[in-house]
Design a protein around this ligand. Sequence first.
Ligand SMILES: Nc1nc2c(ncn2[C@@H]2O[C@H](COP(=O)(O)OP(=O)(O)OP(=O)(O)O)[C@@H](O)[C@H]2O)c(=O)[nH]1
Ligand SMILES: [Mg+2]
Length: 380
Amino acid sequence: MGLVTKDQTESQVNEYLDELAFLAETAGAVTVKRFTQKLTHPDSRSFVGKGKLQEIKGYVESKDIRVIIFDDELTGAQINNIEKELNIKTIDRSDLILDIFARRAKTAQAKAQVELAQYQYILPRLRGMWKHLERLGGGIGTRGPGESEIETDRRIVRDKISLLRKRLKEIDRQAFTQRKDRGEFIRIALVGYTNVGKSTIMNLLSKRDVFAENKLFATLDTTTSKVVFETTPFLLSDTVGFIRKLPHHLVESFKSTLDEVREADILLHVVDISHPGYEDQIGVVNKTLQEIGAFEKPVITIFNKMDLYEARTFDQWLADETKNEILADLYERWQRETNRNAIFISALEKRNIDELRKTILDKVRELYRVRYPYKTEFMY
Ligand SMILES: Nc1nc2c(ncn2[C@@H]2O[C@H](COP(=O)(O)OP(=O)(O)OP(=O)(O)O)[C@@H](O)[C@H]2O)c(=O)[nH]1
Ligand SMILES: [Mg+2]
């Protein structure tokens, strides 16, 4: 369910719902129907209007529907009222993202971070939620904090939160000591929207075998590799992807995972140029980088999935000359906007990878030269 408001146009909402469906699929659900409504602002009682809620109810009752997912954040009271009316589990985008993160978390750090975000998210919604969780339990949206814990007491949740904070601080301290051992190497972090190809590029450049797949948030934990290009070494990190409307608590809890990004010397901002909303995605990534205080760094923007972009843009009747003109325009535009720090590749077809390596190498050497003017060992 998406709301068309003055802040989000109908075509934007449709794209957000595409993404929400992809998220739902990642969490193991099948999307069968979408609802939208135009409202100046969400209804405080039931988020959507009364009529719309009845329309949804009619549909839900005629089909075997288990869950309704709202693209925007709901209050505890709204969840309560909607569930009472529709009699199915009601969750929002934040719930869904937290659920996916909970499924994907593998290390102690990622698990604690997700758990912390879940408890923080649940705390203000506690009163209205537990009854329904109990009744409608199972399936997506219920991973993480056990239901019996939720119902017991807010105090227990608060205690949990402070315990998790303490545990994370300890993990942070250890991670910081580990990172200090990395010495004088230039550090590079891959950043970008989720599913753009960061891990695929990591694997190409580092000969590592990081998990990559066509699902959202395949990567939660940071992987760092030492890479050597023509005898020049540097450290390359692959990190968690960003997404629009990322639950605020999640960004907070993942701060230490994102330390890798904050402490990097160079960012490789990977963009999926085949995605219709890629410009929006660039904006979301830049905003998130600002939020975590990692915006003022040298950035190389990697426009990935050129193969898919061409397949979607060009048809067989288009003359080669025209294709080249379209591409030249695209290159010129983004070279201008990135201050000549853009590169266009296909990680899947390994297109333009040599140029990518050279671009990175030049940047790395430039930084070594500035930082250690009297050391030549990094260059040769
Ligand atoms: N067509 C095409 N697909 C690509 C390209 N690069 C990556 N992919 C595919 O895009 C999907 C996502 O790739 P990942 O490398 O997992 O992306 P990621 O940015 O690490 O994603 P998260 O870790 O989930 O945020 C995979 O199915 C890749 O095979 C490319 O150049 N062209
Ligand atoms: Mg990844």
